[in-house]
Write a protein that binds this ligand. Structure first.
Ligand code: SAH
Length: 220
């Protein structure tokens, strides 16, 4: 990969990226580490060429298979929530998609375990993470609603697809002191934060969001 690919030109230039960071700050993102990682991560590499020129707009963008790369604001917000109170060591991500959120996490925590149900999306994401030399990521082609029991428990779990209700399995695979950040609902969805304490689970509903649904089964 040459320098222009990695750093971007024109619509993917440093100035364009800086504008995005400014927008995230205006929307209330406060974690400097999260902002720094978003600033240096080339979001345009996670999109097909036809979409790459829109990479630094604060919008969700199509990645094929009726799925979307999440809006930078929501990536920032969820990551910030996951990191609140100290960076978790081992994180499970559900819905790898393009791999963008995965790349952000991989630069902030020690180990990322990412599950995706659509094989071709996973394969592309894997290539991109390799390009960026992010080696602390393990991927699984499976139904993330079941978590990743062989690798659990996790200090943090982040879901990029919305179930109607929080799957029991995810709660089970959350370590004591761990936190789950997940959109929940159907027509209307809300971002939930669930903390596992030694006594049980504490849930906070954060804000209205719009995610693709968490679907059962896998696609080859
Ligand atoms: N974080 C991703 C968002 C992708 S959209 C990004 O930034 O690109 C959500 C993803 O969740 C889609 O790729 C979809 O295929 C996946 N998904 C939906 N249900 C799933 C499930 N049960 N297990 C694993 N992945 C799932």
């Amino acid at each position: 990969m040459n320098r222009a690919d990695l750093h971007g030109i024109g619509m993917t230039s440093r100035r364009t990226r800086e504008r995005l960071i400014q927008r995230l700050v205006e929307q209330g993102i406060e974690n400097q580490q999260v902002l720094d990682v978003i600033r240096v991560t080339p979001r345009h590499l996670f999109l097909d060429e036809a979409m790459a020129h829109r990479a630094y707009e604060d919008v969700a963008l199509p990645i094929g298979f009726q799925q979307t790369l999440s809006q930078p604001y929501i990536v920032a917000r969820m990551t910030e929530l996951l990191l609140e109170g100290g960076a978790p060591r081992r994180v499970l991500e559900i819905g790898t998609g393009s791999g963008y959120q995965t790349a952000i996490l991989a630069q902030l925590v020690e180990e990322v375990y990412s599950v995706e149900r659509i094989k071709p999306l996973q394969q592309k994401a894997r290539q991109r993470l390799r390009q960026l030399k992010l080696r602390n990521v393990q991927m699984n082609h499976a139904d993330g609603g079941m978590g990743w029991p062989e690798r659990g428990p996790f200090d943090g779990i982040l879901a990029a697809a919305a179930p109607e209700r929080i799957p029991e399995e995810l709660l089970r695979q959350l370590a004591p002191g761990g936190r789950l950040v997940i959109p929940v609902g159907g027509e209307s969805q809300y971002l939930h934060v669930v903390d596992r304490t030694h006594e049980g689970f504490e849930t906070i509903v954060v804000e209205a969001v719009r995610f693709v649904p968490l679907r059962p089964g896998t696609v080859r």
